[in-house]
Write a protein of this length. Structure first.
Length: 178
């Protein structure tokens, strides 16, 4: 593929839907584990893994990342750092897809669509069925609870959950474990 780089020990289980625009770039680090389909992970298993990288967009998936049955749409820049797990049926979007203004939604091209980079820092975890929206940074070692919609930055080492996601506690809090 044009603009693609893939590291050693890539493991893909199941069928995936992949689109990379000729001017887009995708970098996949070493030991990337991707699961797609019900037989690979029942959580979100009704869907295949889907990755869309648009014109001049940059998707970076670093070393030792695991993703199951999720959708990534990268129209600007998405960076997933080392040792991140993304649970089943998650969505990571760096775009609004459509303009808010009626007239622009039907214009071709819709030049007013907003995009902003998404960064998921090292050793964080995104619980199943969560949505990460444009412009969000998930801090190092943060945890996003299942079914959350993340609309703003999550500081390192914090647990956030809900719709919209809000602060629940710290990863190190003993009251949360167990």
């Amino acid at each position: 593929m044009h603009g693609a780089s893939v590291g050693r020990a890539l493991r893909v289980r199941g069928w995936i839907n992949l689109h990379v625009h000729p001017t887009g770039t995708i970098y996949i680090g070493e030991d990337f584990r991707l699961k797609s389909g019900f037989s690979e992970n029942a959580v979100g298993g009704f869907r295949r893994m889907g990755i869309w990288v648009g014109s001049h967009a940059e998707l970076t998936i670093s070393d030792r990342v695991g993703i199951s049955n999720s959708t990534i749409v990268c129209m600007n820049a998405i960076k997933i750092e080392e040792d991140v797990y993304v649970g089943g049926d998650c969505a990571i979007y760096d775009t609004d897809f459509h303009s808010i203004a009626y007239e622009q939604r039907f214009a071709r091209p819709d030049i007013t669509v907003k995009t902003a980079p998404v960064v998921i820092r090292k050793r964080s975890f995104i619980g199943g069925h969560s949505i990460i929206l444009k412009g969000v940074t998930i801090g190092e070692m943060a945890v996003i609870g299942a079914g959350s919609v993340v609309t703003k930055n999550v500081p390192p080492g914090e647990i956030w959950a809900g719709n919209p996601a809000k602060f629940i506690g710290h990863v190190s809090d003993s009251s949360i474990a167990g």
